[in-house]
Write a protein that binds this ligand. Sequence first.
Ligand code: PMP
Length: 292
Amino acid sequence: MDFSKLNNKIFFENKFINSKDAKIHVLNHSLHFATSVFEGIRIYNKKPLFIYDHIERLFVSSKIMRLNISYSQKKVYDTMKKLIKINNLVNGYIRPIIYRSSHSMSPETYDCKTLVAIACWKWGTLFSNDGISMNISKYPRLKNNIYPIEAKSSGSYQTSVISRIDSKKKNFDDCLMLDLNKNVAESSACNIFWVKKNVIYTPKDHSILNGVTRQAVIRLCKRNKIKLKVGDFKLKQLLSSDSVFLTGTAAEIQPVKRILNKKFNLNCETINFLKRKYEEIKKKCPESLNSI
Ligand code: PMP
């Protein structure tokens, strides 16, 4: 799909305009220096899931990237709600992006302004019930004394994009990324969990994007008395597990069928239970993680 051909309205330069007119100049600072920040929010039955948590992370990301948004969180919230209405979006995705204008062509930001755009589109489920295959990326996920990993920034996706291209060439669907100490971190755009003997494991959050869906799944485990261990785990531990799944706003709860040559059980009771619980959440579509 060519997203530049979307046939709906986008919030751009403080107005709701036709998508085809939402253009930025090729000498845009964020395009050259990869400093934009963005979010992805699912819309289920006209309602944005965990919109508060996504807006909060958008503002944290902006602060980390020294982007001074002139809008309040309330204005971003109201604009998103209006955009969903204007586009009559029932099930889809909303993508706010904060970026710099074209007032500099060096890392010095000079008179660059911080700009806000919000787009949305119809989007069905991405996950495959048959499970996905993964190889291992050659790039590590960094930690925040080396790179601003907590920000959902365009720069953070460079290694995800390269690794994903390499995975596809080798006939894998996605890749696993390890941290600098070779502990399991996450996939190119999702967090990772695995199950061994009814205990769920997931990496700590020092070298990952701490996903909103990850936080929802952790809450579900706690609420339903599923044993959960959050820690630093080696690849060997992950490969010796029974079942593996990824979490993300777009992918939801995605089972993994294989990492390299190691196959996993796709019919795991614990994962099926979490999937059912996640479906219940989608039906209610709370605006905040605090209400699950
Ligand atoms: N890690 C990375 C690198 C991601 O890009 C994403 C998607 N935003 C996630 C994890 C999952 O985050 P969330 O559940 O908030 O979508």
